[in-house]
Design a protein around this ligand. Structure first.
Ligand SMILES: [Fe+2]
Ligand SMILES: [Fe+2]
Length: 287
C-alpha cells in the first residue's frame, strides 16, 4: 500500500510548544459550549492524559533493547517526545481546570500512579504494550473525528484549549502506528492484541460513564441541575464525537488490522500546514 509507506517513512516530530491558557478566556467554568457534561468530559480526558501517556511511554521502553530497526527507533523517539510534551502541556491546563473546580487531581495522585506501576509490573510486557497500542487506536479515532468534523470544530470553546486539542490530535495521528509496530516487531501475538482491545472496549462505556458521573457529582453547581445534566449527557453521547464510535473502535479487532489501514494522510497534511506550515496558526507557540 503506497499510503502505508508514505505514512511510515515520516517520523513523528517532537515540537516544543507552550500554550497560554486563560488569556482570551471569556467562557467561564463550563468552557466547552457552556455545557456542563461536555466540559467535565473534556476536563476528565485532559486529567487522564498525562499519567496515561507516561504509562504508554513506559510500555514502549520495556522493549527498548529489542528494537533494532533504525527507522522504528527514530519513530519511537518521536513518539516518546510527543507524548511527553502532551503530558506537560495538559498538566498546565489541568492546573487551571483544578482551580476552576474540576475534580481531576486524583489522576496524578502519587498513590494512583504507584498502583498503576504495580499493576504494570504484574502483567506481561506484551500485554502492557498491547494496552498502549489499543489506547493509541482510541486516540487516533478520536483525533480523526476532531480534525475531520466541521461540527466538532464548530463547538465553541476557549481558543487556546482548542489549539491544544488540535495540536494533540494532529500528533496522535502522526504517531498512531508506532506502539503497534513495536508490538509487532517484537513478536506480540494477534490473539493477545485482539483480546486486550476486546477487554478495553467492554470497559470503555462503564468506565467513561462512572468517571463522568463521579466528576459531575463532585460539582455542586452541576448537582443542582439534573434535567440539564440528562439533556447534556444525551447530547454528548449521541453527538459527533460519540455517534458511530464503536464500529470504528471495533475495526481494530479484525485479525491482520494495521492502524495505517485507515488512511489519515490527507487530513494530516492539511492540519500540519494549517497549524505548523509557513503561516501556521501555532508557529508562534513553538519554543
Ligand atoms: Fe498524546
Ligand atoms: Fe498517542
Amino acid at each position: 500500500m503506497a499510503s502505508n509507506v508514505a505514512v511510515k517513512s515520516r517520523y513523528p516530530k517532537t515540537r516544543r510548544i507552550r500554550f497560554q491558557f486563560g488569556e482570551n478566556d471569556s467562557s467561564g467554568k463550563y468552557f466547552v459550549n457552556d455545557d456542563m457534561v461536555f466540559s467535565h468530559f473534556v476536563a476528565g480526558l485532559s486529567g487522564g492524559f498525562p499519567p496515561g501517556e507516561e504509562a504508554f511511554i513506559r510500555s514502549v521502553r520495556r522493549f527498548a533493547d529489542q528494537i533494532t530497526d533504525p527507522v522504528l527507533k527514530k519513530r519511537v523517539a518521536g513518539f516518546i517526545g510527543q507524548e511527553s510534551m502532551h503530558g506537560q502541556e495538559h498538566r498546565r491546563l489541568n492546573e487551571r481546570l483544578i482551580d476552576m473546580g474540576y475534580g481531576i487531581e486524583w489522576f496524578d495522585r502519587d498513590s494512583v500512579i504507584q498502583a498503576q506501576k504495580r499493576f504494570e509490573q504484574r502483567i506481561k510486557d506484551h500485554t502492557h504494550l498491547a494496552m498502549t497500542a489499543a489506547a493509541e487506536h482510541y486516540t487516533a479515532v478520536l483525533a480523526q473525528r476532531v480534525l475531520s468534523s466541521d461540527e466538532v470544530q464548530a463547538i465553541p470553546g476557549e481558543p487556546e484549549v482548542w489549539n491544544l486539542l488540535n495540536w494533540h490530535a494532529l500528533e496522535e495521528l502522526e504517531h498512531k502506528s508506532v506502539a503497534f509496530d513495536v508490538y509487532r516487531a517484537t513478536g506480540g501475538s494477534e490473539a493477545r492484541r485482539i483480546a486486550v482491545m476486546a477487554t478495553m472496549i467492554a470497559l470503555t462505556f462503564p468506565f467513561t460513564l462512572s468517571a463522568l458521573a463521579v466528576s459531575v457529582a463532585r460539582d455542586p453547581q452541576a448537582r443542582r441541575q439534573p434535567v440539564r445534566l440528562a439533556r447534556e449527557a444525551y447530547r454528548l453521547f449521541t453527538g459527533p464525537l460519540f455517534k458511530g464510535l464503536m464500529p470504528e473502535l471495533a475495526k481494530y479487532l479484525r485479525p491482520g488490522f494495521h492502524p495505517d489501514d485507515i488512511d489519515t494522510s490527507a487530513l494530516l497534511e492539511r492540519w500540519q500546514a494549517e497549524l505548523f506550515g509557513a503561516d501556521g496558526a501555532l508557529v508562534d507557540h513553538l519554543k
